[in-house]
Design a protein around this ligand. Structure first.
Ligand SMILES: N[C@@H](CCC(=O)N[C@@H](CS)C(=O)NCC(=O)O)C(=O)O
Length: 205
């Protein structure tokens, strides 16, 4: 049984839930009350020195970094449908996993953290910067999806679960792409049961 330290409004945690569900793996969620600062406690730091959610436990193996957790699970369980063996296909999956972390995530954090979670204390210059950058990023994503149903071709992979978790997150701040390829792709990913199960429920806090 795996343990995932999780918060429902963490897109990084939700992408791991999506894969655990899709792969039918046994896991338990440990709720980290981020809204109450639990991720900043010494006991949480002992499992994740970054004070960030998620953290994944497999016995005495502790992993932080959501995309690393996705790769770990795919390799451990031979989930080649989610993480293809073929080098060229895998390179595309890696490209979008890294793009998500290095390019898209900083803008998502700028927008959502400051516009939604920080309330009046939000940095509105950061929101503006994020909203400006996201325009260019949406064009890049939309162009790539012109001839593909999913990021690495005809089937969903962990890259789709990862990037789509950020698109959902932007929706919390009412930032919704108007690009048809992105929207059609997001609709397809939204039909994946594991993705649906990962989403926050109405009474989640
Ligand atoms: N690169 C990390 C990012 C994790 C992350 O930023 N988690 C957010 C919640 S979605 C968090 O813990 N934020 C608190 C902070 O960074 O202080 C990953 O992919 O797991």
């Amino acid at each position: 049984m795996y343990t995932l330290h999780h918060y429902p409004y963490s897109q990084h945690a939700r992408r791991v839930v999506s894969l655990l569900e899709e792969a039918g793996l046994d896991y338990e969620l440990r709720h980290v009350a981020m809204d109450k600062g639990e991720y900043l406690t010494a006991s949480y730091q002992a499992i994740n020195p970054n004070y960030q959610v998620p953290t994944f436990l497999d016995g005495d193996t502790k992993i932080h970094e959501s995309n690393a957790i996705l790769r770990y699970l795919c390799i451990k369980h031979g989930l080649t449908n989610w993480y293809p063996d073929d080098l060229k296909q895998r390179a595309v999956v890696e490209q979008w996993l890294d793009w998500n972390q290095c390019r898209l995530s900083p803008s998502v954090v700028d927008i959502v953290v400051n516009k939604v979670f920080m309330g009046d204390k939000g940095d509105f210059d950061a929101v503006k910067r994020g909203e400006e950058n996201i325009k260019e990023l949406f064009v890049i994503l939309d162009d790539w999806l012109t001839e593909r149903d999913y990021l690495a071709g005809g089937k969903p992979t962990i890259a789709d679960l990862s990037v789509a978790s950020n698109i959902f997150q932007l929706g919390i701040a009412d930032v919704v792409p108007t690009h048809s390829n992105i929207n059609n792709w997001y609709q397809r990913v939204s039909e994946i049961e594991g993705f649906q199960k990962s989403l926050p429920r109405e009474n989640d806090s």
